[in-house]
Design a protein around this ligand. Structure first.
Ligand code: NAD
Length: 506
């Protein structure tokens, strides 16, 4: 912890920036203050947005493969600074060292992906119904992109969005979570170094960062000059952002809360299921949008599996995430701890039985931080509290007898982000992946719900927002499509065979 100032400076964040400001940043590791950042004034937002708009006019003219060179350089900068940025993530949000580093690796991976994408912004050529005609589609840059991120992925989610946006020809304005601005700033500084190396072809204002509360995000949401708002966070935030962007006919990517389930069937490999349950439910102290929250297990294997989960839970190394061997770090803050306690009270009130965990631990060692023992709660049914996302290590256990009923229970929640099944029965697996199976944006087989690769499209249905980012064809959202019909004949036939002759007497 003591080295954090040196780490921040190596990341390009000067002492004058992280001291003397109004935004207090505390580490969830011990509750101690690590920075006082200077906040962006709300009154500055119009000028910031205007700079982005001006940058767009220049950047859209730079050929996409040349734009790709910028993200290649960003990937190099992230690679060089991986250890330091990972450290900032661990200190600022309490991720264990491996997970802090993994987050920066996602940034490196998406830069490499985006570099390849910069040569593959393909449109289609379509046959025309008219002779001597051809139809084609082109993808053009869209405009300034606002990227609003959550505290729990303070580095990677910006990289997912910005790397793709930049190769698509769009400038970015980044609004990191006020709970994790340093990780965002460190990641952004790596991009600034890449822009510096890239040279004159990058216009001023191509990438900007704004530090402060949700109101700065609102300024992006409300501005008709922000062509796409990509917002990651709670469903509560999405409910505020979605309708506002829609009202001005803007584009949005909403990446909101999840309530991710795992079905464990009688044929499941329980060794594998156990490991997936542990990483899914207690990794990042249950603070991933894809964390495992509901275990729907066949009654015939429930006792065997739960006994093993309980044994593992009792031996979990909970503690300082910067220490080797720790698997479970702290919650982000006291509010997260209170929410978890409230959910536990509700669960008990709704017939739940706490099998283990839920209490605060290490309070003597870290009186100003909030470490908890991950909770396992058996529920008689999927009650209201189970249908609600509690952003903490709280795993509900439900049992099933009939596979169709298990799928029905699985889908009977408002969120639809990630899901998985552990089964070696081909019929169950295929049914789970079919139209009648999981209704989530991500459905996995014999692997847990979290820890997605950047190559796939990431996102979920229902209250999760319905959008996708990162890999696959997500890039299309950062571009506008034009359909072009070209007539190379000497006639002017109309589509649908319509005859509309020139009435001028000859
Ligand atoms: P949050 O909703 O409190 O904040 C997220 C961001 O939105 C912050 O930057 C905040 O300043 C901003 N914000 C808040 N209100 C706003 C408004 N009205 N207009 C514009 N911006 C506003 O979320 P959090 O506590 O930081 O993150 C945890 C939540 O995020 C969980 O629900 C988790 O599931 C979700 N999450 C989802 C994904 C995903 O990809 N689906 C990824 C990470 C986290």
């Amino acid at each position: 912890m003591n080295d954090i100032q040196a780490v921040l400076e190596r990341c390009g964040i000067a002492a004058s920036e992280y001291t003397g400001g109004t935004l207090r940043v505390a580490s969830p590791v011990d509750g101690g203050e690590i920075a006082r950042l200077h906040e962006t004034a709300l009154a500055d937002m119009p000028a910031i947005i205007a700079r982005s708009k001006a940058a767009f006019l220049a950047w859209r003219q730079v050929p996409a493969p040349v734009r790709g060179e910028l993200v290649r350089l960003w990937g190099e900068e992230l690679r060089a600074a991986k250890k330091d940025i990972g450290r900032v993530v661990s200190v600022e949000v309490g991720k264990i060292v491996e997970e802090g580093l993994g987050e920066v690796q996602e940034g490196i991976d998406i830069c490499e992906y985006a570099l390849g994408q910069s040569r593959q912004l393909f449109g289609k050529t379509i046959v025309s119904e008219r002779p001597g005609h051809r139809i084609m589609e082109q993808y053009h840059p869209l405009g300034p992109i606002g990227v609003i991120t959550a505290f729990n992925f303070p580095s990677a989610v910006f990289a997912w969005n910005a790397a793709i946006a930049l190769v698509c020809g769009d400038p970015v304005i980044f609004k990191p979570s006020e709970k994790a601005p340093l990780s965002g700033l460190a990641t952004f500084r790596a991009l600034e170094r890449a822009i510096e190396r890239f040279g004159d072809k990058a216009p001023a204002g191509l990438a900007q960062i704004v530090i402060g509360p949700g109101a700065l995000g609102e300024a992006l949401v409300d501005s008709p000059d922000i062509a796409l708002v990509s917002a990651t966070g709670s469903t509560r935030m999405g409910r505020a952002v979605g309708p506002k962007v829609a009202a001005r006919f803007g584009r949005r990517i909403l990446e909101l809360g999840g309530n991710n389930g795992m079905i464990v069937a009688p044929s499941a490999d329980l060794d594998m299921a156990l490991r997936a349950i542990l990483f899914g439910a207690v990794g990042t102290a249950g603070q991933r949008c894809t964390s495992l929250r509901r275990l729907i297990v066949h009654r015939s294997v429930k006792d065997r599996l739960i006994a093993r989960v309980l044994a593992a839970y009792r031996n979990l190394p909970i503690g300082n995430p910067l220490s080797a061997g720790t698997l479970v770090g702290p919650l982000i803050d006291e509010a997260a701890f209170s929410m978890m306690q409230k959910s536990l009270v509700s669960a008990k009130g709704q017939g739940g039985k706490v099998l283990t965990g839920g209490e605060r631990v290490l309070a003597d060692q870290f009186p100003n931080a909030f470490y908890v023992s991950p909770a396992l709660v058996e529920m008689p049914a999927q009650t209201d509290i189970v249908r609600h996302e509690t952003f903490a290590p709280l795993l509900y256990v439900l049992s099933y007898d009939d596979f169709d009923a298990a799928i029905a229970v699985h889908n009977d929640v408002p969120q639809g982000l990630s899901s998985c099944i552990f089964s070696n029965d081909m019929r169950e697996v295929e049914l789970f992946l079919s139209t009648a199976g999981s209704d989530c944006g991500m459905a996995n087989v014999n692997i847990g719900p979290s820890g997605a690769e950047i190559g796939g499209a990431f996102g979920g249905e229902k209250e999760t927002g319905g959008d996708r980012e990162s890999g696959s064809d997500s890039w299309k959202q950062y571009m506008r499509r034009t359909t072009n019909t070209i007539n190379f004949s000497r006639e002017l036939p109309l589509a649908q065979g319509i005859v509309f002759d020139d009435p001028t007497p000859r």
